[in-house]
Design a protein around this ligand. Structure first.
Ligand SMILES: NC(=O)c1ccc[n+]([C@@H]2O[C@H](COP(=O)([O-])OP(=O)(O)OC[C@H]3O[C@@H](n4cnc5c(N)ncnc54)[C@H](OP(=O)(O)O)[C@@H]3O)[C@@H](O)[C@H]2O)c1
Length: 327
């Protein structure tokens, strides 16, 4: 028996992708075979599809760091055939063939039940990006933010940024979007942003060690100089969650915001979060943090992935892209 997958191969250092039929694996002890209904496109998947070092362990490989679907075979007491489940992170789409295939075979302890109040399409409209946004929001709320000032969100039109902005707005915060897409003010307003800072304007004049306070906290999906400026403008005791590196993997900050304002910088690694935290965040996303992402989610088929991968790598995605299997 075979399943259909977006398959990335390497030949003499050149990476290419195609849609292939692969043999369905047999689940071992404590593993599940899951028939995938949807996956989603995350930045890491795009890097994996292009063979960027440090993502996939080896090739040929099927990317896709998240998936939702139905248990087709269970070798675990915790799940029955027919259960609807979500798998995200850990080694899925890194060293275990991922959600860009219509079947995945994974350890049961990587998997949570799909919350009752969430459809499979809704789950992947969040996907890893949305789960990461929820982890960022939870982390800054737990650590502390100043609710009389706006919360800054960078990469605001992207997957992580747009969901983080939506959640923060839903729970009552004023949100400042930092974006490279000034033309998308309408989109940003719709998802709940109150203020807009063009990325270049924000960075103009460079970064001072300690700037005038503008933010009560932040969610940073891009890193680099933007993160440094967010740090320098965050108010006393505010906190910033840092999860991405599209603008740069390194940064140089003054220590003053930390030692004179007591601000906190929190690193987020959603892939390796505990399964208990993931379950908690999925429940939040199904309930009090639930967003209607239908207008900011594009649903595509496997054969449309190549062009969407180019877009995400060029910083041109708006919202989320979901891959539907079975067509
Ligand atoms: N730590 C974790 O657990 C975790 C989990 C998921 C994702 N991530 C990381 O989070 C980041 C964002 O992921 P995503 O899925 O949201 O990607 P995405 O959908 O491509 O969004 C990234 C957004 O960043 C902005 N951007 C792009 N290039 C930029 C540049 N050169 N300088 C500044 N901003 C730029 C763009 O938004 P604007 O045009 O609005 O500025 C873009 O839409 C990636 O680095 C990803 O690897 C980390």
């Amino acid at each position: 028996m075979e399943y259909k997958a977006y398959y990335v191969e390497e030949n003499d250092g050149v990476f290419s992708s195609s849609i292939k039929n692969l043999e369905i694996p047999e689940p071992q002890n404590d593993e599940l075979l899951i028939s995938v209904s949807y996956s989603s496109l995350n930045y890491k998947d795009a890097l994996c599809a292009k063979g960027v070092k440090g993502v996939a362990a080896s090739y040929p490989f099927v990317p896709g760091i998240d998936a939702v679907g139905t248990v087709a075979k269970s070798n675990s007491d915790a799940f029955n055939e027919g259960d609807q489940v979500i798998c995200s992170g850990y080694k899925l789409g890194m060293s275990v063939n991922g959600g860009f295939g219509s079947m995945i075979c994974v350890p049961a302890d990587w998997v949570v039940h799909l919350p009752n109040a969430m459809s499979d399409l809704e789950a992947m409209s969040y996907g890893v990006a949305g789960l990461t946004s929820a982890a960022c929001v939870k982390s800054i709320l737990d650590k502390g933010v100043i609710d009389t000032l706006p919360i800054a969100v960078s990469g605001a039109t992207g997957g992580v940024g747009s969901v983080a902005a939506g959640i923060l707005s839903k729970i009552g915060f004023s949100v400042t979007a930092i974006t490279g897409k000034s033309s998308e003010e309408g989109f940003l307003k719709k998802i709940g942003c109150d203020h807009f800072l063009n990325r270049d304007d924000f960075l103009e004049g460079g970064v001072r060690p300690l700037d005038k306070t503008a933010f009560g906290g932040g969610v940073d999906a891009v890193g680099g100089e933007i993160l440094v400026k967010m740090i320098s403008q965050t108010a006393q005791k505010g906190s910033i969650a840092c999860c991405g590196n599209v603008a740069g993997a390194s940064f140089q900050s003054s220590v003053f915001p930390f030692i004179l304002r007591g601000i906190s910088l929190i690193g987020i690694d959603s892939a390796e979060s505990s399964i208990e935290l993931k379950r908690h965040l999925w429940e939040k996303l199904a309930d009090e943090w639930k967003l209607d992402l239908s207008e900011q989610t594009k649903t595509i088929q496997l054969k449309e992935l190549d062009s969407e991968i180019e877009k995400i790598l060029n910083g041109l995605q708006l919202g989320r892209v979901v891959i539907k299997h079975g067509d």
